[in-house]
Design a protein around this ligand. Structure first.
Ligand SMILES: [Zn+2]
Length: 235
């Protein structure tokens, strides 16, 4: 069930028995020359929709531009919403849903730069909204996927595999490559990102992905998220 395709009557009826909403959030961000700019959004959206399908919960509109203010900001095609603006956007998005009766907010996140703004938004809402629970799940950080994902980096084999599974036509296989280097422990400004962190847009990984790994990562993510969704609702 997608909120965008439902009527207000259908939403009102749903809220009589359930107050959960699943919200996909991603980014429009460089993912090397092999993967689309929407990699994080496409992955989060596909996972959220599958989760909505198996749990019979509503999936809210996808937030498809996120916080990419560091590292990837200077690469062609990246669009970034500043952390402050994103926090405010999230607060308004959640507050609107809360007004109508939603109380369990389950974010399916596809992009690392969104985690801090999401947590800040939750903190800021904790004292203004009532009786609500918030959760952010980032598929590549889930304990259940640790072995499968094996620390794959940005635009690396994990994301290549996910996109191969979601829509193989979006992977430009002729450009698959690798870039591995020591990532500095300090933070650098964006004019130095290509010099110190990545030239190709891949951060510390190879792109030797596969449809089969994508299928495993996808299904394991949905399974783990389903458990968390139940935990959110039942605890
Ligand atoms: Zn990504």
């Amino acid at each position: 069930m997608e909120l965008m395709k439902m009527t207000m009557h259908e939403v009102k009826e749903y809220l009589k028995t359930n107050q959960t909403i699943i919200i996909p959030i991603g980014a429009t961000e460089e993912h090397s020359n092999a993967l689309p700019l929407g990699t994080d959004t496409l992955t989060a959206e596909a996972l959220a929709r599958k989760l909505g399908e198996v749990s019979l919960r509503i999936v809210g509109p996808t937030i498809n531009v996120g916080n990419c203010h560091s590292i990837t900001y200077s690469f062609h095609g990246t669009i970034s919403i500043s952390p402050t603006t994103l926090i405010n956007y999230l607060k308004d998005y959640i507050t609107s849903l809360h007004k109508h009766g939603f109380r369990n907010f389950f974010f399916v996140n596809g992009h690392g730069g969104n985690i801090a703004p999401l947590r800040c938004a939750f903190d800021e809402l904790a004292n203004t909204l009532t009786n609500s629970k918030f959760l952010v799940t980032s598929w590549w950080l889930m304990e259940e996927l640790k072995e499968l994902y094996n620390n794959a980096g940005h635009a690396g084999r994990g994301e290549v595999s996910m996109i191969m599974y979601i829509d193989k036509s979006l992977v430009k296989t002729a450009f698959l490559t690798e870039e591995k280097r020591e990532i500095p422990k300090y933070y650098v400004t964006n004019d130095l990102a290509q010099k110190y962190i990545t030239e190709t847009g891949i951060i510390n990984d190879s792109q030797e992905g596969s449809y089969e790994l994508g299928e495993k990562l996808f299904n394991a993510s949905v399974e783990a998220m389903l458990k968390l969704l139940k935990h959110l609702e039942e605890s």
